[in-house]
Design a binder for this molecule. Structure first.
Ligand code: GCU
Length: 430
């Protein structure tokens, strides 16, 4: 709480400074020649200096060590499952003009006398027999925003403002919000390739504003007398990732879903989230980061585009309070983001950038994927098959995949098609 207060005061101080005309932030660096010299922590050297030369040392010693460092200093540690979980399922076998089975699951989580409801939406291709591999990702605007299908429950949760989310009035969705982000969710095309899609509204898990963690999932887990997470406990990104694990809990109970072939996908802040979800929860068989940038795939030490200080100041609730120590001080952090990707090894991971998305530091995203390769190779899993960044729209697909596509910060049909190419390869489909 103390550190959060400092953040807010800094923010206010900055606002005053900018009124005085001195400028609110250090200039954002977009110049490759001004990237500071840095040395990345070695994923294959333990804190006590032991060299990691076998899968056993990685799995038993170094991986848990790196995971604990990310929990302590970056995202914060999340609790286990809630004491009680209830699923209420509605199913329509004739959705999307007969092309899909639609399931909606109201997941009620109860802990310490409090409860929270998360709504999970699942589409599966119609007429498939057996368990279907699925992509799961959180959405920004409520489940109803991903498709115009009138059968999707209209979310009644708090939403960001209408400038970000068309059809939202006074922070609540209206009928006009249906399908407004369907461009990012090409459902029919995904179903056509034999995959299911599942999604939940991230704000059901923790509304995306800094209220000192009084709403959302955090209060269900406070110890007696606790009113905010400790400096090494979960911020919002860790909470959103925790929510993805609750979707996975459900998949394990649904015979129509192949829970051993679930790819977790996210865009931007939700790409940071999918990476962390995949690191923490090894049930996710594939992890996809779409334009995740700072605190996601991009190397923090490059300080290119968005920096650690900038993100901690703009979004003080996303990371744990300990992460503030690395504002303008990235070199002191015992981890960098290539180690986050290494935590996903040997499972397939896909890092994607967009040509105009300099804020997310495309080269930093590529380099993380590249540097995670040492761990993948140690585990015999293959790594990223590219010496340098590939050309625009030339995806490199392997155990570690990467592309940079034409256009800006978004999720497009091109992105999804490549993710499905990678899933076909890894999930054994031709
Ligand atoms: C902001 C933020 C990014 C984040 C993005 C998003 O631009 O600075 O870190 O990825 O929002 O989530 O849309």
């Amino acid at each position: 709480m103390g550190k959060k207060l400092i953040c807010r005061m800094v923010l206010m101080g900055m606002a005053v400074v900018s009124v005085c005309g001195i400028g609110a932030w250090a200039q954002t660096n977009y110049d490759e020649s001004k990237v500071p010299k840095y040395t990345l922590p070695d994923a294959l050297v333990c804190a006590d200096g032991t060299k990691v030369d076998s899968a056993k040392v990685w799995t038993e010693k170094r991986r848990p060590e790196i995971l604990a460092l990310f929990e302590k200093y970056v995202y914060g540690k999340a609790p286990g499952r809630a004491a009680a979980t209830k699923y209420e399922i509605e199913e329509d076998d004739d959705a999307l003009d007969g092309r899909a089975v639609r399931k909606q699951v109201a997941i009620t989580l109860s802990n310490n006398g409090k409860s929270l409801r998360l709504d999970l939406l699942v589409y599966l291709p119609a007429g498939r027999s057996g368990a279907t591999p699925v992509f799961v990702g959180l959405n920004f605007g409520g489940n109803h925003s991903i498709h115009a299908d009138p059968g999707i429950w209209l979310s009644s949760s708090w939403m960001r403002s209408s400038s970000k989310l068309p059809g939202v009035v006074d922070h609540r969705a209206t009928e006009a919000a249906r399908g407004k982000s369907s461009g990012r969710w090409p459902i029919e095309n995904i179903l056509q390739r034999g995959y299911g899609v599942a999604t939940m509204y991230y704000g059901d898990i923790d509304p995306d504003f800094d209220d000192g963690f009084q709403n959302g999932i955090h209060p269900l887990f406070y110890k007696p007398g606790q009113s905010a997470p400790a400096a090494d406990e979960w911020g919002s990104i860790a909470a959103w990732a925790w929510g993805l694990s609750r979707a996975m809990d459900y998949f394990e109970t649904d015979a129509d879903i192949d829970s051993r072939h679930v790819g977790v996908m996210g865009h931007s802040r939700l790409g940071k989230t999918s990476l962390w979800a995949g690191a923490v929860d090894q049930r996710f068989a594939m992890v996809i980061s779409n334009d995740s940038g700072c605190g996601g795939a991009a190397l923090s030490r490059r300080a290119f585009g968005e920096t650690v200080k900038r993100i901690n100041t703009s979004f003080p609730h996303w990371f744990c309070d300990n992460f503030v120590q690395f504002n303008d001080n990235e070199d002191k952090c015992p981890v960098d983001q290539h180690m986050l990707i290494a935590l996903i090894a040997p499972r397939p991971v896909y890092v994607a950038s967009a040509e105009k998305d300099r804020w997310a530091d495309q080269r930093g995203e590529f380099l993380s994927a590249k540097h995670a390769g040492s761990v993948y190779r140690l585990l015999g899993a293959g790594s990223l098959d590219a010496e340098d960044m590939p050309a625009i729209d030339q995806a490199v697909i392997g155990t570690i995949s990467y592309h940079i596509r034409t256009g800006g910060h978004d999720v497009t049909e091109y992105d999804w098609q490549r993710y499905m190419d990678a899933a076909d390869r890894s999930f054994g489909k031709k």
